[in-house]
Design a protein around this ligand. Sequence first.
Ligand SMILES: Cc1cc2nc3c(=O)[nH]c(=O)nc-3n(C[C@H](O)[C@H](O)[C@H](O)COP(=O)(O)OP(=O)(O)OC[C@H]3O[C@@H](n4cnc5c(N)ncnc54)[C@H](O)[C@@H]3O)c2cc1C
Length: 444
Amino acid sequence: MAGMAAVKSEPARILIVGGGYVGMYTALGLQKKLRSREASVTVVDPQPHMTYQPFLPEAAAGSIEPRHVVVPLRRVLRKCHVLTGRVTKISDADKVATVEALDGHVEEIPYDVLVVALGSVARTLPIPGLADRGIAFKTIGEAIYLRNHVLSRLDLASTTDEPELRKRLLTFTVIGGGYAGIEALAELEDMARYALRYYENLDPDDMRWVLVEATGRIMPEVRDSLGVYTVKELEARGIEVYLDTRVKTMEDGHVVLDDGTEYDCDTIIWTAGVKANPVLAETDLPLDQRGRVICTATMQVQGLDGVWAAGDNAAVPDLSKTDVDPAATCSPSAQHAVRQANQLAKNIVAVLRGRKPKPYVHKYAGSVASLGLYKGVADVYGFKAKGFIAWGMHRAYHVSRMPTFNRKVRVAFDWLGSWVLKREVVSLGQINDPRAEFDRVTKS
Ligand SMILES: Cc1cc2nc3c(=O)[nH]c(=O)nc-3n(C[C@H](O)[C@H](O)[C@H](O)COP(=O)(O)OP(=O)(O)OC[C@H]3O[C@@H](n4cnc5c(N)ncnc54)[C@H](O)[C@@H]3O)c2cc1C
């Protein structure tokens, strides 16, 4: 690629597929570093924004305005071309990506340099009922939906006279005890508990929140002791935690666990892990057994010229661990994704200018998690914290990491607003069927 760029008079065409953490940060780095006419940068994503996923639980709980959790790509990538569409195929042999644009037309986009940043999708299992009843927790749409859904269950439960229906409406299940699942569970339960003060015929004890985790511990990202603390904290709040337990079926919302427990439930949140974006199977890129693009430590795709990958969809060697485990690769986390993207932008520019790329090295620093207002756990650089301090660390860390000054300020004002004016707990469930009211009027 270095040689190619040196003899070319046309700017190199850099195509970034995926505008999430890796895609957006790489594009930001490139637009800052590239000289004019050195290269053009195009970012393709089906969404017009990057999503700051660690804030999804707070968006679902109403502590942050959902719009402030996403970063508009066109606004921040002023020197790049942003195409709203879905990559359906990549042929590196032809140096072309096939993109289905939002309006449905299909375009073939040629490139000289490709960055594969397609992230991951929810990992599913063949559990009866999962496809019909499960709600994932990875997008801003899902966070908004869940907030309205949970609050509207309270509205529904407060109006019914049928005890069995009320019980079902007030039963919520989260499957998967990674930080996404735990934070979603803890924030939504905290919000629902707070909201119940405004319902005269409902009591917090009427609610049932259940966590089901297939392994013997939750949040593998933090130390064992903090995982144990988190389970105790959740149980003290009345949340039922089932470890070493699997869901056998959830057909029509009837949940059956493999320890024999059975119950009816109206809300099932599925956060049982992620897998690399399956669209990678429609490419001629080398994939590992987990479907991730195989990379070198410089994030160049193995054996290919001008092709780079990072983030959840890439198997990048974790050099901080390879002395103990030579096959170790970076875990799917925002922490790696952001740092990889910064190095990736530098590496692409270096190679365009005929210099050598540098390997990505970062020792995982730990994790912070929010468990609702004023509650949290943290394990950062060996420093362990619980409760209010950990919650403060969570907020301080994430607002510092939130991309762009504009978003940091908006998020900080959202927190200030909720603190001064109290939490907003109204359901806008109407947005799930916005034409219903007009239909009623026109048909009456
Ligand atoms: C609820 C939740 C909480 C989390 N909390 C933390 C945390 O506290 N700390 C932490 O380190 N990590 C956390 N993570 C994980 C972290 O968000 C991911 O590891 C990170 O987003 C990975 O970055 P990425 O760029 O690889 O993927 P993403 O940021 O997911 O970006 C992938 C992009 O590709 C786009 N895309 C998908 N398909 C296509 C297609 N066919 N064509 C074009 N574009 C496509 C998507 O729209 C998306 O914008 C959390 C994740 C979730 C879901």
